[in-house]
Design a protein around this ligand. Structure first.
Ligand code: FAD
Length: 452
C-alpha cells in the first residue's frame, strides 16, 4: 500500500471529479484522483465495438451547455452536427406510421392542441423554477407530492397528449416511469435545460457530437493531471475529522486536507466512513436512485433511411424503442441508428435471452425504418445497470417528496468532505455540462476555504 499526501483527494475520475481536480491544480493545490475503474470517464465511454466507434455513454452537446462548450474549446476538441435532414417518423397507438417535420408529432388536431397547451403551461411553470434551488419555489412541496403522471392527468383527459409529454421527461430524461417521480422533479429537469420546449426540440437538445468521442474530455483532462490519477483504486474507507481526511483505496491511501466525493449519489454509501456521515446525509442519499435505460446501437452497411428521405429521428410512446436517431459516426461511411429502451420496458427485455432481446429491439426499429433495420452489421446494447461503479443510466433523481425535503442539503459539505457530480447539478442536471459546472463550483468552494 503506497501512502501519499495531497491538499485534496478526489474520489471518482468522471467529468466532474477531473474538472474539480484540474481547477484545484491550476490554483496551485496538489491533488490525487482515485478512480475505481481501469479507465477514466465514468459515464463517458467511447469504444470500438466490432470495428465501429460507439458512444456507450453520454455523447450529445446542446447550445446552452456553455461550461461543456468552454471545456471542449480549452481541450481543442471539435464538434459536428447530428444528421437531421429529411422527415421524422411517429408511430401512433395502433402502429400506424406517420411522418412529420418540426417538433410537434402528427397526431389528431385535438391532441395537438392539448400538446401545445401543455408545453405552454410547462414552459410557464418552468420559468418560475430556479434550477439551482427548485425547493425554494413557493409551491415546491405541493409539486413534489404529486407524481408527474398524476399531474398530467389533472391537466388533460387526452391520453396520447399525456403520453407524449410524459415521454420527454420520463423515458427520455429521468428514465423512470412517470408515476415514480414528482412534478417538481420534472420541472427541475426542464429548468436545467432552459425550458420544457428545449427538451422537446431534438435539434436543440441533441445538437452536436464531439469528434473522437465525448470521452476525449475526461481522457484529456486526466492526461494533463498525469500521475496524479490512480486507476483501479476504488475507495473503500474514508476517515475524516475537521482537520482532514484519509482515503483508503485498493493499493493506495491518500492523506489530504479535503475530499471531493465525485461519484453518483447512489454510490456514496458504498464507502465506509469513520466516523459515519451525519444523520442528514445518511438519510438523504437513500432518497436518490438511478434511472435505467438501454442505449442500443445498430450499424448498417449504409444509412439506408437517408435514401428514403428520412432524417432517422423517430418517436413513439407506444414502442419498445421510444426514440431513435441517426447516430452515424463522423467519417464512417456506414449508417448508425441509436435507440433507447427505458425503465419498465428495459426491465421487460432483460427478462429475455440476449438473442430474443436483440430480436425484439430490432423489430421495434423496423417498425420505424422498415425491414432493412432488422439486419445490422454491428449491434450493441449499453447496459449501465450491470456496471458496478454506476448502477443505472442516465443519472439519479429523487423519489416522491425527496427534492423538496432534502434538495437544499444535497451539496452541503460535511466537514472536509465535498460532493460533486452531474446528478447534483442545477443547470445541466444529469448532463456532462452539469458535471463540469458542479466540479468547478466545488473546486471554488475549497479554494475559498483555503484562501479566505
Ligand atoms: P460519473 O461519470 O459517474 O463519474 C463518477 C466516477 O466515480 C466513475 O468513474 C466511477 O467509476 C467512480 N467511482 C465510483 N465509486 C468510486 C469509489 N468508491 N472509488 C473511486 N471511484 C469511484 N450527458 C450529456 O450531456 N449528453 C448525453 O448525450 C448523455 N447521454 C448519456 C447516455 C448514457 C447511456 C449515460 C449513461 C449517460 C448519458 N449522459 C449524457 C449523462 C452523462 O454521461 C453524465 O451525467 C456525466 O458523464 C456524469 O459525470 P460525473 O463525473 O458526474 O459522474
Amino acid at each position: 500500500m503506497s501512502s501519499i499526501e495531497r491538499d485534496v483527494v478526489v474520489i471518482g475520475a468522471g467529468a466532474s471529479g477531473l474538472t474539480a481536480a484540474t481547477e484545484l491544480t491550476k490554483a496551485g493545490l496538489t491533488v490525487a484522483v482515485l478512480e475505481a475503474r481501469d479507465r477514466v470517464g465514468g459515464r463517458l465511454w467511447t469504444d470500438d465495438i466490432d470495428g465501429a466507434t460507439l458512444e456507450i455513454g453520454g455523447q450529445w452537446v446542446s447550445p446552452d451547455q456553455d461550461a461543456l462548450i468552454e471545456t471542449l474549446a480549452d481541450l481543442g476538441l471539435e464538434t459536428y452536427s447530428r444528421y437531421r435532414d429529411g422527415i421524422n417518423i411517429y408511430l401512433g397507438e395502433n402502429g400506424e406510421r406517420r411522418t412529420f417535420e418540426g417538433d410537434i408529432f402528427p397526431v389528431a388536431q385535438s391532441t395537438e392542441k392539448e400538446i401545445v397547451a401543455l408545453i405552454d403551461r410547462l414552459d410557464a411553470l418552468v420559468a418560475e423554477i430556479d434550477p439551482e434551488r427548485p425547493w425554494a419555489h413557493p409551491r415546491a412541496k405541493e409539486l413534489d407530492e404529486i407524481s408527474f403522471r398524476r399531474w398530467l392527468e389533472t391537466q388533460t383527459d387526452d391520453e396520447e397528449a399525456r403520453k407524449n409529454i410524459g415521454m420527454f421527461i420520463a423515458g427520455a430524461m429521468l428514465t423512470k416511469p412517470a408515476h415514480a417521480f414528482s412534478a417538481l422533479q420534472a420541472l427541475l429537469m426542464a429548468a436545467s435545460a432552459g425550458s420544457f420546449s428545449n427538451l422537446v426540440d431534438a435539434d436543440f437538445i441533441l445538437d452536436k457530437r464531439v469528434k473522437g468521442g465525448l470521452q476525449q474530455v475526461p481522457l484529456l483532462l486526466a492526461e494533463r493531471l498525469g500521475d496524479d490519477v490512480h486507476l483501479n483504486a476504488p475507495v473503500r474507507t474514508l476517515r475524516w475529522d475537521e482537520n482532514g481526511v484519509t482515503a483508503i483505496a485498493d493499493g493506495v491511501e491518500v492523506h489530504a486536507r479535503f475530499a471531493i466525493l465525485a461519484v453518483p449519489p447512489v454510490l456514496i454509501s458504498r464507502i465506509s466512513y469513520e466516523p459515519p456521515l451525519p444523520r442528514r446525509q445518511q438519510q438523504l442519499h437513500q432518497h436518490l436512485s438511478m434511472g435505467f435505460v438501454i442505449k442500443v446501437h445498430a450499424v448498417y452497411e449504409t444509412p439506408f433511411w437517408r435514401d428514403l428521405g428520412y432524417s432517422g429521428t423517430a418517436f413513439s410512446p407506444y414502442e419498445l424503442v421510444h426514440e431513435a436517431y441517426d447516430n452515424s459516426y463522423d467519417g464512417d461511411p456506414r449508417g448508425t441508428l441509436v435507440g433507447f429502451v427505458s425503465d419498465e420496458n428495459a426491465d421487460g427485455v432483460f427478462e429475455l435471452s440476449p438473442e430474443e432481446r436483440k430480436q425484439r429491439i430490432l423489430e421495434s426499429l423496423s417498425h420505424y425504418y422498415g425491414e432493412q433495420a432488422l439486419n445490422p452489421v454491428v449491434y450493441y446494447e449499453s447496459d449501465w445497470g450491470s456496471e458496478e461503479w454506476t448502477r443505472g443510466a442516465y443519472a439519479a433523481s429523487f423519489d416522491m417528496g425527496g427534492l423538496a425535503r432534502y434538495g437544499a442539503d444535497l451539496r452541503k459539505p460535511v466537514g472536509p468532505i465535498h460532493f460533486s457530480c452531474s446528478d447534483m447539478a442545477g443547470k445541466g442536471y444529469q448532463h456532462v455540462d452539469g458535471a463540469i459546472r458542479v466540479g468547478r463550483e466545488t473546486a471554488a468552494a475549497i479554494l475559498a476555504a483555503v484562501v479566505p
